[in-house]
Design a protein around this ligand. Structure first.
Ligand code: LUZ
Ligand code: MOS
Length: 766
């Protein structure tokens, strides 16, 4: 089925937060943020700002009737700074004015004095000073200490990844409207209506039933709105609650980039041990996560880093330690992959480093250690593995041996251009790692005219979840998709939602929708059985027609629904789904946290311009474990988008904070994201139909996050090309591998050799 949003998107008719019509009397908010990363507030003067034309009121922490607190996992995040600031971009005051421009003009007149305190931006430094968000976590399998003795080869090193700006096209924002009896309705661009509702309740002191959060759709989330949509909604709620006026605040791009957290940068140390046949016997890794100034989702992100620290490899002895380090950056947050990519980059680096020292191809180690069904992950769950199937299929389908040979031939006959090739197998666990969050609800109404309405906790953010919900209902009822409408996401209709996150939205909400539709269908079949003197077991709906024992009758869907309504049959259902069989014991760090895993393999080939350090990707060829895709067009779109987003993180997206904790990469002119020209010339995606039983909706495996990690292949492909030019080049495992870093690696360490080469080849090409 075509993505049901295609036509409204292309006509510009889809309704985002900023398209919600404004009520008369709406006022506009804007946050005044700290330009100092760490310090004591010694004075705050609002007088001049308060007298600016159009300004209605300026809120500070003193105006908060409830708690000045929005921390979700750890209560360490004030909504508005009171006595001190902890990061550059931390909101201190909230100006409300008659127009957006009046509010922003007033921001410039606010005077704050801050006594600066030392700024820490490096997670290792924070850890050394004991500045941790939560106590460290450690996953252990086997015994690494004794395993080292059995290893023929042991290597250790360091691997770092930088953050990543979400760059959702729609910036953060909220619109809060007072309701009667002190209630509030908040339109929010949030992935987590419940979290937004909870934060707004906490700040206003209202109970949850007093605040409705409604989401029409998002112009992208990528994790950036899993937790960080809350502050703006809470600020608007605070002002709407007190002023009894509708309040709107949509962040400008530079505000959004400066004030919100990003993907967590990580620094890690690894040690890897192999036997003579290159089986990895032992792996130790220590992760230093740069959490920023408040917890936000960092403890959960760190947990997923540990879950994915061995990627898709079976390693019998593992010790993985994670520190969530408190620094003075804006609180970092969820981002597609949620710590998984950071963990997987390190094991891939360890393997690359080992291969380099051993003088063998990295794929030899990768392939030898792919997990098999029954192998244990360090957290105690047994794999149901497609890793080897994906790898072998990739070899055969894309004739990778010839491809590799062609790369070598190219490299032998070209001096200034080199190609690099990298394999990237992936394995990603599906379920929120916090078991409690794996629940969802759906409310389905069949109206008397035969039209169907679905509400779930799912937020449509471009990933096509609404289309999938329509497919579920259309299949259960056997009716045309046109009869079905997916409503906005509202906390009044669906309570206690989990965020649309963890790739699990279609699974969780789809299963709830399936249950609700099935319950209604059962009642409809009883009505038909009654009419035709049959048993319900013999009644089926087929293409909108009631069939008895496989024979079509003259009753269609519409007639069946009217008859049921006439007989006072319940045509509505609210269903609850909770993923079965998952659990995790944090005291032992063992359990079965994931409903299932998604596997896949990619091969990336890059062409490197060794004079400039620039590169272009020839192709990325993928075999991806879809289970049985319920919507191949949407799922392919997710893979292409995830891949390119991952490649951006690995290659060109470079977040820069200075030593004072100020974001220097603060606009789109100094923060580069992939555009159409940086997309690989060829992206091939082969759907591996796997029919092992899984807990996915219609066995169509989750597809949101896993493909991002194919992007890691880009780093290693460039690295491979650099070493084809200069075999002695030292290329640190320090992503992103920007053209600048690439150029340094090409010539930096072995300057003479590199320069000599260049001279020779320049002569040749001149
Ligand atoms: N969000 C979350 C996530 O709260 N828990 C998770 O496990 C998760 N995983 C991926 C993306 N978002
Ligand atoms: Mo997410 S990283 O909000 O699935």
């Amino acid at each position: 089925m075509l993505n049901k949003d295609s036509s409204t998107h292309t006509r510009g008719e889809s309704v985002y937060l900023d398209d919600v019509p404004l009520l008369q009397g709406t006022l506009f908010g804007a946050a005044f943020a700290s330009s100092i990363a760490h310090g004591h507030i010694t004075s705050l003067c609002l007088d001049e700002a308060g007298q600016m034309p159009g300004v209605v009121k300026i809120f500070t922490w003193k105006d908060i009737p409830g708690d000045n607190q929005i921390g979700g996992i750890v209560p360490d995040e004030p909504l508005l700074a009171s006595h001190g600031v902890d990061f550059c971009g931390m909101p201190i005051a909230f100006v409300v004015a008659e127009t957006d421009s009046a509010a922003r003009a007033a921001l410039k007149k606010i005077r704050v004095e801050i006594d600066p305190l030392p700024v820490i931006t490096d997670p290792r430094e924070a850890q050394a000073r004991g500045a941790l968000i939560v106590p460290p976590r450690q996953f252990v399998l086997g015994d690494t200490t004794t395993a080292w003795n059995e290893c023929s080869h042991v290597f250790s090193g360091k691997a770092d990844t930088n953050g990543q700006e979400h760059l959702y096209i729609e910036t953060q924002g909220a619109y809060a409207i007072p309701q009667e009896n002190e209630g509030l309705k908040i339109y929010s661009s949030t992935q987590s209506p419940r979290a937004t509702q909870t934060a707004s309740c906490r700040v206003t002191g209202l109970p949850m039933h007093q605040i409705e959060v409604e989401v029409t759709r998002l112009g992208g989330g990528f994790g950036g709105k899993e937790d960080q949509a809350n502050a703006w909604a809470a600020l608007c709620a605070l002002a709407a609650f007190q002023l009894k006026k509708p309040i709107k605040y949509c962040l400008h791009r530079m505000e959004d980039m400066a004030m919100t957290g990003k993907r967590h940068p990580y620094s890690a140390d690894f040690k890897i041990g192999l036997d003579a046949q290159y089986n990895i016997l032992a792996y130790e890794v220590v992760f230093y996560q740069n959490a920023g100034a408040a917890a936000d989702l960092s403890p959960a992100v760190l947990e997923r880093t540990l879950f994915h620290c061995t990627n898709t490899y079976y390693i019998p002895n593992v010790k993985a330690t994670g520190y969530s380090c408190r620094t003075h950056l804006p609180p970092n947050t969820a981002f597609r992959g949620f710590g998984g990519p950071q963990g997987m980059f390190v094991i891939e680096s360890a393997i690359a480093w080992a291969a380099e020292q051993l003088g063998i191809d990295k794929t030899i180690i990768q392939k030898a250690n792919l997990n098999k069904t029954g192998d244990l992950f360090p957290y105690g769950q047994k794999a149901v593995s497609e890793a080897q199937v994906c790898w072998n299929k990739t070899e055969r389908l894309y004739d990778t041996a010839s491809w590799q040979a062609a790369v070598q031939t190219f490299n032998r006959s070209n001096l200034l251009y080199k190609k690099g090739l990298a394999w990237m197998p992936i394995c990603f666990g599906i379920s929120f790692t916090n078991t409690m969050m794996n629940q969802a609800r759906a409310l389905v109404h069949v109206y008397a005219d035969g039209s169907v309405s679905i509400s779930t906790g799912a937020v449509e953010m471009g990933q096509g979840v609404n289309t999938k919900m329509v497919q579920v209902a259309a299949q259960v009822f056997s009716i045309r998709p046109q009869r079905i409408r997916v409503q906005s996401t509202s906390t009044h209709r669906i309570a206690n939602t989990s965020p649309s996150a963890a790739s699990a939205t279609a699974d969780l909400n789809g299963k709830a929708t399936l249950m609700a539709c099935t319950a209604i269908l059962e009642r409809l079949r009883e009505v038909a059985a009654d009419q035709f003197g049959a048993t319900t077991g013999n009644i089926r709906l087929q293409d909108e027609v009631v069939c008895v024992n496989g024979e079509r009758t003259d009753w269609n869907w519409h007639k069946l629904v009217s008859a049921a309504f006439g007989k006072r049959v319940n045509l509505s259902e609210h269903a609850h789904y909770a993923t079965p069989e998952i659990f995790f014991d944090k005291t032992k760090e063992k359990g079965h946290p994931f409903a299932y895993h998604v596997y896949g393999t990619s091969v990336t080939v890059v062409t490197l311009d060794c004079l400039r350090g620039t590169y272009e990707f020839d192709a990325v060829k993928i075999v991806h474990d879809f289970g049985a895709s319920m919507n191949p067009a949407i799922d392919r779109g997710q893979i292409e988008g995830g891949l390119v987003q991952g490649m951006g993180w690995m290659t060109m997206e470079e977040i820069v904070y200075d030593a004072q904790g100020r974001l220097r990469s603060n606009t789109l002119s100094n923060y580069k994201v992939p555009d159409i020209y940086s997309v690989p010339r060829e992206i091939l995606i082969h759907p591996l139909q796997t029919d092992t039983d899984n807990a996915a909706i219609f066995r169509s495996k989750a597809v949101g996050e896993p493909p991002l990690m194919y992007g890691i292949g880009a780093f290693f492909a460039i690295r491979d090309a650099i070493r084809a030019f200069n075999p002695a080049a030292l290329v640190p495992f320090d992503a992103p591998l920007t053209p600048e870093k690439t150029l340094m690696a090409l010539y930096g360490k072995n300057k003479k050799e590199g320069a000599d080469k260049l001279k020779a080849s320049a002569q040749v090409s001149l």
